[in-house]
Ligand binder design. Structure first.
Ligand SMILES: [Mn+2]
Length: 335
């Protein structure tokens, strides 16, 4: 719509779309309002809309990931998580233990994250583990501890929903719902979080292409949740010196194809704490909007992913380096 289009102009456009049996999707941006029309190519005639008052331009979105595409929304999206704004020229640092283990350990980690310059706290309550014999997480107890840590430090919390059954309880406590790599193509779960108001952090699957990641984001967006942040966390390649291979090239590709913010997880591809800072620096230098990293007050005692957890001191040093890299790229720290 033109910037000077009135509400009446918009209503008229929506009426025309609906009268043709299509469902309009209105997206109100800072500068202009975009109206999406989904439907079979043959049945849609752009001329129907271009003559209506207030319409600036009619564009056919050719990308299969419609709502996630740059064609749909040329401007970078900014995803609000409480008072943290992810994307659009800012850097966001999320950190915390792989799993929430006990109250004191979590509070200590949260204080360390805050002191080290982090803006969000991560922590697993429902852990998807490769082995059924490994620690599976504390469930709702962990969510309560995360909420307590947020109340003390002010850091919004992000935690993973492993199945649809967890979404309702996670929504009650958390500020952002993570969809883990193993669930990237769990379409029922994607639709479930798509029906939530809580922002979603969508991690790339270990064998998923960038196009598949974008289609998964499309599931969430098309189900009604506009607040999606993508996360590159390493893919499986022939290389086994690291746990996975961080696909740095995914960052510029995603930046070209989507308006959604992109962050990286340097911990899971590294598998080892000593590799984590280098991967984090590479990700930010490549244009990522932030990181989500595993930290622990005493890494040797972590019950989950101990080898890759950073100490609080290393995390703080890393954050200051990342801010310097961000400054070179004219990125500001998230507010
Ligand atoms: Mn982990």
């Amino acid at each position: 719509m033109r910037t000077d289009a009135s509400e009446a102009d918009l209503t008229r456009v929506l009426e025309v779309i609906e009268s043709q049996g299509f469902e309009p999707h209105v997206s109100r941006g800072v500068e202009r309002t975009v109206v999406g029309v989904k439907g079979a190519r043959e049945r849609l005639n752009p001329d129907t809309y271009s003559g209506l008052r207030g319409v600036m331009q009619v564009v056919r979105v050719t990308a299969p990931h419609k709502l996630a595409s740059r064609e749909w929304k040329p401007q970078d999206s900014c995803i609000p998580v409480r008072d943290v704004q992810i994307g659009r020229g800012s850097l966001t640092f999320m950190a915390g233990p792989c799993a929430v283990e006990e109250r004191e350990q979590l509070l200590e980690a949260a204080r360390g994250v805050k002191a080290g310059g982090g803006q969000m706290l991560r922590g697993g309550a429902f852990k998807p583990r490769t082995s059924p014999y490994d620690f599976q997480g504390l469930g709702e107890e962990a969510l309560k501890m995360l909420a307590e840590a947020r109340d003390e430090t002010g850091l919004p919390i992000v935690t993973e929903a492993r199945s649809q059954a967890h979404v309702e309880v996670i929504e009650r406590y958390a500020d952002m719902i993570q969809i883990g790599a193993r669930n990237m193509q769990n379409y029922d779960l994607l639709k479930e979080v798509g029906g939530c108001k809580t922002p979603v952090l969508l991690k790339r699957g270990i064998s998923a292409t960038i196009a598949e990641l974008l289609m998964s984001a499309e599931y969430v967006l098309s189900s009604g949740n506009d607040n999606v942040v993508l996360c590159e966390r390493g893919i499986r390649t022939f290389e086994n010196a690291t746990r996975f291979t961080l696909d740095v090239s995914a960052i510029p590709v995603l930046k070209e194809q989507t308006h959604l913010p992109v962050i990286i997880d340097p911990s899971h591809p590294a598998g080892r704490a000593s590799y984590v800072p280098a991967l984090a620096r590479a990700g930010i230098a490549a244009g990522a909007d932030g990181i989500i990293v595993e930290v622990h007050p005493d890494p040797s005692k972590a019950m989950c992913d101990a080898a890759q957890a950073l100490s609080m001191e290393t995390f703080a040093a890393l954050v200051s380096q990342l801010k310097e890299i961000g400054a070179v790229l004219a990125k500001t720290e998230t507010t």
